[in-house]
Every structure is written in C-alpha cells, then in structure tokens.
Design a protein around this ligand. Structure first.
Ligand SMILES: NC(=O)c1ccc[n+]([C@@H]2O[C@H](COP(=O)([O-])OP(=O)(O)OC[C@H]3O[C@@H](n4cnc5c(N)ncnc54)[C@H](OP(=O)(O)O)[C@@H]3O)[C@@H](O)[C@H]2O)c1
Length: 305
C-alpha cells in the first residue's frame, strides 16, 4: 500500500504545492480541513473534516496513516493583531495540534513522521546583520513567544510519532497567494518605495523549494529543526530594487516611514519592518539543494519575465 500522509491546513498555499509533489510520487494524501464539503476527493487526495475548537475530527483520517504534516493556522499577516485575533493565531496552531496529539494518544494512533510548520519569527522582531542559525535563541515579542510554544507542542508529538521535524519558515514567494502579490502590487503602479529603513532582512523562499523541502524531510526521514529559507536572503531595499528591475520600473522612491505603517497596521507592522538574515546551511548539509537560491531567478520565474 502507498504511504498515507495526513496534512492539516492542506488546502493552503504550502499544503497544495506539497500535495501535488506527494501525489506525483504516489503517496496518498488526506487533507484535514474545516470545510470538507467544499472539496471533492480526486486523484489520490481525500478531504476529512475537523474542528479543533469543538474537539471534533473525522476519525477515519488516521486509518493507516504513515505521516502527519501540521500546516493549519489562521493567517498571521492578514488582519490587525487584536487580542481576539492573537488568540486565533495561537489557538489554530498550538491548541489544534495539542488536540490532535491528545486524540492520537487516547486512540492508540501513531505515525512514523510528524512534520510541523514554524516561522522565522522565532528569532524576534529585530533588525541586525548577524546571521541566525537553528541554535540561536528566540526573541521575546508576541510572534517569537508564539513560535516557541508552537515548536514545543510540535516536539510533544514525539509520543505519537517516531520522527519529529520542524520547518522554521521564511516568507514563501508564490505568484498568486501569500506575501508576494501584496508586495508587488504597488511596484506595478510605480510605487517603488522600500518600507522603514530598507535595511531589514527578507528571508524568502520560492514556493517550489518550500514544497520540495517538506518532501525532502519526509523522504529522507530527517529529524530536528531546520530553517526553511533560501540561501541568499536580501534586504528589503534590494528586494524592491530587484523586483522593480524585473518589472521595468525605476527605483527607488523615498521609503514609506515605519511609523506610518505602525500607525496603520499596529504591532504586526514588524513583519514588514524588521528582519535578521537567517541561514539555510543545516538543511543543505542534509542533502537539500535549492532550485531557486537567488532572488532574481525566483522572481523571474514567479513574475513571468
Ligand atoms: N506562507 C508563508 O509565507 C509562511 C511563512 C512562515 C510560516 N508559515 C506557516 O506555514 C503554515 C502553512 O502556511 P500557508 O502559507 O500554507 O498557510 P495558508 O495558505 O494561510 O493556509 C493555512 C490553512 O490553515 C487552515 N486554517 C486557517 N485558519 C484556521 C483556523 N482558525 N483553524 C484551523 N485551521 C485554519 C486553512 O485550511 P481550511 O480552511 O481548509 O481548514 C488554511 O488553508 C502556517 O502555519 C504558516 O504560519 C507560512
């Protein structure tokens, strides 16, 4: 029988790209979604319902499952971080996973491999030029503290999974979803302004490499925590220069003041205004090679130039 991979939040950006790779490699994929009625099973992919807030799950999802990938989570950059939304951001990642762990323990379910998403927000909402590797300590702000708890919960899956791995993910670049379309829109209109100092680092990764990295970790049975970012991060200013060049727009207009962005969006502005360079050496030392190590090649592919 083919290996069966359960993916929470498999309907999202990373989940869909990973599902395509898995199906191509003859895995069977079961997607845990809050809205199973919206999808139709097809071509090796099946949809199962869950509602972690009510501690409900379609129990059949784990029949014969060999791996579990946890991608579910309310979007971090989509809305203002009110106290209510912060609770959703945390609960949808941490309490949802704790629910799955409890369910598996209580029902004697175990898988060979658990892979959990995490984020480079772990390193904190700060800007400096010191490269961060997986052994660096976490930051102290909301996102860093959330990420620490998220990773601790992932580690607690060791009771129900033989191998546990965590992918500490940077900004995933995709042509249609996620951060890139939002970042590119003003540039298309000729508004080629960096935000804030422009010296903050942008740790990006092409969606194809992101999906390939999950696949690599699964196929090679890797355990531990890995930064999931391309090997050449750029400053925000260089990102704008590179993208503007590809879009044939002159660069650069004066920066958008960080204070203005903070006023408009609140504390989540730190996602755009701060950043440290994050290293990818560890995953490369485990045999992973990037298809898009350089930003210009990634953007050329995604922006179609
Ligand atoms: N994309 C990035 O740039 C990036 C960067 C760093 C970390 N990550 C992390 O990687 C993971 C996957 O990212 P992604 O970009 O694929 O995310 P995404 O496109 O936003 O999809 C996440 C999925 O999570 C489910 N979800 C949303 N709100 C939920 C809630 N309140 N409770 C339970 N499930 C919920 C949704 O599935 P259903 O609606 O079908 O239930 C959604 O399709 C996330 O945890 C994200 O934080 C992503």
């Amino acid at each position: 029988m083919n290996s069966v991979v359960v993916i929470t939040g498999g309907t999202g950006l990373i989940g869909r790209a990973l599902t395509d790779l898995l199906v191509e490699a003859n895995y069977r994929v079961r997607i845990l979604t809050r809205f199973p009625e919206r999808y139709r099973d097809a071509g090796g992919v099946e949809y199962y319902g869950w509602d972690w807030t009510r501690r409900r799950i379609d129990e059949r999802v784990f029949d014969g499952a060999t791996a579990l990938v946890h991608l579910a989570g309310a979007n971090i950059g989509a809305r203002r971080w009110t106290e209510g939304y912060k609770a959703q951001i945390a609960g949808s990642r941490i309490l949802s996973l704790a629910f799955l762990r409890d369910f598996m323990e209580q029902n004697g379910v175990a898988v060979g491999h658990f892979i959990g998403a995490s984020a480079i927000g772990y390193y904190g909402c700060v800007t400096d030029d010191r490269p961060r590797s997986e052994t660096d300590p976490p930051g102290t702000d909301f996102l860093a503290r959330l990420t620490v708890r998220w990773e601790e919960t992932s580690q607690s899956m060791q009771g129900v999974a033989r191998r546990v791995s965590i992918l500490r993910t940077g900004v995933v670049l995709d042509a249609r979803q996620g951060a890139l379309p939002r970042m590119i829109r003003p540039l298309r209109w000729g508004l080629t302004s960096p935000v804030g100092s422009g010296r903050q680092w942008l740790d990006w990764i092409h969606i194809a490499d992101m999906a390939r990295m999950y696949f690599h970790v699964l196929e090679q049975g890797l355990t531990g925590t890995f930064n999931a970012v391309a090997p050449h991060p750029v400053t925000y200013r260089l990102f704008v220069q590179t993208a503007a060049g590809l879009l044939h727009r002159p660069c650069c207009l004066p920066p958008v003041p960080g204070a203005l962005l903070r006023l408009l969006t609140g504390p989540s502005a730190c996602l755009a205004l701060e950043g440290v360079p994050v290293e990818s050496a560890k995953i490369q030392s485990e045999g992973f090679s990037f298809r898009y190590p350089q930003l210009a090649d990634a953007l050329r592919d995604l922006l179609g130039d």
